[in-house]
Design a protein around this ligand. Structure first.
Ligand code: ADP
Length: 493
C-alpha cells in the first residue's frame, strides 16, 4: 500500500472526549496547536482543565464500578475491542501519519513507521488480554491459595509530544488489556492525534467512560490527574523534572501507583575492532533519529582513541549530508524541532558547548528562517564535565568523546544520573557481555541501537524511570495482585 503525504488534511476533531461524547471545555477556553515547520496555527483545541479532568475521572470511575459492562466483559472481548481498534488504525494509517507529521514535524515516512509500530503494539496487547492470570500456590497449612491479577482501576496516562501515536498506544494497550479505565492527557503540542484516536475508540465500540481523552496543559489538566484521589495509577512519559512532580503529587494525594519513563543521556561505546563506516552509521542514527528528540538517544558517543579522528571526520560528513526541511517532502530526513522552547534550549546548550571548549565540527545554527529547524550539529573533543555531556539536549546535536580502555568507558557510561539505555559496538563478544552486565541501564543495544518491539520491555534505571513499558512487564504495571486463600476442610462431613 502506498501512503501519500498530505499537509492539507482536514482536522476532524478538536474536542474533549468523555464518556464516549465530545465536549467543549467547561471554562470555554481553547488553545492553539502550531505546525512546527512554519510556527503557524493549525487549529484551536478545547482546553481541558481541572473541571474537565474531574468529569473524565468520574466517567472512568463509573465505568470501573463492580458489575459495570466493562467489569463484567470477558477478557477475550476486551482483546477483540483492541483488535478492532488496531484494524481501524490500519484503515486510517495515511490520515494518522499525516496528522502526526503536521502537529509534530517528523517526516511523513517516519510517521508511517511510528503508526505501524503503534498498531503492532495494540495487537500485541490485544492478544494478551485473555492471558493475564495468576498462580496457584502451595501455602502452608490446610489452605488452597491462588492469585488473581486484577486491574488497578482508573489510570491517568500522561504522554509527551515526541511519539504521540506510539505513546498513546503503548499506555492505552496494556491498560485496557488488563481491564482498567483511562483518562489520557496528550501533550499540549500534539493533542490532535490523541483526539483522533479517541474517535477510533468510539468507532471500535468501547463502552462509555472506559477511555477518556482530555487535551490541555500539564500543570492544569495533567495536575488534576496526578492530584486526584479517584485516580489509582498514573503512567507518565516525559521529563525527569515533571516526573518528580508526579511522584510528589502521588505521595501528597492517595499514594497512587506510578510508572515513569523520563530522560536519558545514553552512552554508545565504539570499540577499536569495528568496521568504522558501519559504526558511524549506527551512531549517527542513534543520535539523529526523530531529530534527536528521543529519550533514549545515543547522545554520548564514546569512541576509542585508535579510530577517533577517522570517526569524527566521517560522522561530520554524514551529518552534513542530512536533508533538513519540509517533513512532507520525500527527500527530507529531518524536520523541525517541536517548539520555540525546545529550539531555544538546544541553542543555549550549543552555545555552552562552544564556551566550555568542545570543538564544533559542523552545524550549530538555525536552518532557514521559518519554523523550528536546527542544523545537524556535531561536537568533538567533548569532556565529561561539560553541560552538553550531562544534560539532555533533545535535538540534532552529537557529542563525541574519546576513550582508551573498556573499563574507563564503563565507568564513564555509568557516570550519569540517568539509566535509560546504552550501547556498544564491537566484534568481541566478551567486551559486549562485560559492558552489558556492567552498565546500569534498562536497555543495552549491542551492534545496533533503537532496536525494539512491542514484545520487549523498555524503561529506566536511576532517574530515567520506574516500571517498564511494552512486553508482558508493561501489563503487570497495570495490574494489582490479589491473593485468595481458602481453608480446605480435612474431611467431608
Ligand atoms: P517535555 O519536556 O518533553 O515537553 P514534559 O515533561 O514537560 O515533557 O511533558 C510531558 C507531559 O507531561 C505533557 O503531556 C505535559 O503536558 C505533562 N505535564 C507537564 N507538567 C505537568 C504537571 N505538573 N503535572 C502533570 N503533567 C504535566
Amino acid at each position: 500500500m502506498s501512503l501519500k503525504p498530505n499537509p492539507q488534511i482536514k482536522i476532524k476533531h478538536t474536542q474533549i472526549f468523555i464518556n464516549n461524547e465530545w465536549h467543549n471545555s467547561a471554562s470555554g477556553k481553547v488553545f492553539p496547536v502550531l505546525n512546527p515547520a512554519t510556527a503557524e496555527k493549525i487549529c484551536d483545541v478545547q482546553e481541558g482543565d481541572k473541571a474537565d479532568a474531574e468529569k473524565a475521572i468520574q466517567a472512568a470511575k463509573k465505568a470501573f464500578q463492580i458489575g459495570s459492562t466493562w467489569r463484567t466483559m470477558d477478557a477475550s472481548e476486551r482483546g477483540r475491542l483492541l483488535y478492532k481498534f488496531g484494524d481501524l488504525m490500519e484503515q486510517n494509517h495515511e490520515y494518522l501519519a499525516n496528522l502526526q507529521s503536521l502537529e509534530n514535524g517528523k517526516t511523513f515516512k517516519d510517521s508511517c513507521g511510528d503508526v505501524i509500530f503503534a498498531i503492532r503494539t495494540i495487537r500485541y496487547f490485544a492478544g494478551c488480554a485473555d492471558k493475564i492470570h495468576g498462580k496457584t500456590i502451595p501455602g502452608d497449612g490446610d489452605t488452597f491459595t491462588y492469585t488473581r491479577l486484577e486491574p488497578v482501576g482508573v489510570c491517568g496516562l500522561i504522554i509527551p509530544w515526541n511519539f504521540p501515536v506510539l505513546l498513546f498506544c503503548n499506555k492505552f494497550g496494556p491498560a485496557i488489556a488488563a481491564g482498567n479505565t483511562i483518562v489520557l492527557k496528550p501533550a499540549e503540542q500534539t493533542p490532535l492525534t490523541s483526539i483522533y484516536l479517541a474517535s477510533l475508540v468510539l468507532e471500535a465500540g468501547f463502552p462509555p467512560g472506559v477511555v477518556n481523552v482530555v487535551p490541555g496543559y500539564g500543570p492544569t489538566a495533567g495536575g488534576a490527574l496526578t492530584a486526584s484521589h479517584d485516580v489509582d495509577k498514573v503512567s507518565f512519559t516525559g521529563s525527569t523534572e515533571v516526573g518528580k512532580l508526579i511522584q510528589q503529587a502521588a505521595g501528597q494525594s492517595n499514594t497512587k501507583r506510578i510508572t515513569l519513563e523520563m530522560g536519558g543521556k545514553s552512552p554508545l561505546v565504539i570499540c577499536n575492532d569495528v568496521d568504522v563506516d558501519e559504526a558511524v552509521v549506527i551512531a549517527h542514527n542513534a543520535l539523529f533519529m526523530n531529530h534527536g528528540q528521543c529519550c533514549c538517544a545515543g547522545s554520548r558517543t564514546f569512541v576509542h582513541e585508535d579510530i577517533y579522528d577517522e570517526f569524527v571526520k566521517k560522522s561530520t560528513a554524514l551529518a552534513m549530508k542530512r536533508v533538513v526541511g519540509d517533513p512532507f517532502d520525500d527527500k527530507t530526513v529531518q524536520g523541525p524541532q517541536i517548539d520555540d522552547e525546545q529550539f531555544a534550549k538546544i541553542f543555549d546548550l550549543i552555545e555552552s558547548g562552544k564556551k566550555e571548549g568542545a570543538k564544533l565540527e559542523c552545524g550549530g545554527g538555525r536552518h532557514g528562517s521559518k519554523g523550528y529547524f536546527v542544523q545537524p550539529t556535531v561536537f568533538s573533543n567533548v569532556q565529561d564535565h561539560m553541560r552538553i555531556a550531562k544534560e539532555e539536549i533533545f535535538g540534532p546535536v552529537m557529542q563525541i568523546f574519546k576513550f582508551k580502555t573498556l573499563d574507563e568507558a564503563i565507568e564513564r557510561s555509568n557516570n550519569t544520573e540517568y539509566g535509560l539505555a546504552a550501547g556498544i559496538i564491537t566484534k568481541d563478544i566478551n567486551k559486549a557481555i562485560l559492558y552489558s552486565n556492567a552498565v546500569r541501564a534498562g536497555t543495552i543495544w549491542v551492534n545496533c541501537f533503537f532496536s525494539g518491539s512491542a514484545q520487549t520491555p523498555f524503561g529506566g534505571y536511576k532517574m530515567s524511570g520506574q516500571g517498564r513499558e511494552f512486553g508482558t512487564d508493561a501489563l503487570h504495571e497495570y495490574c494489582e495482585i490479589k491473593t485468595v486463600t481458602i481453608k480446605i476442610p480435612q474431611k467431608n462431613s
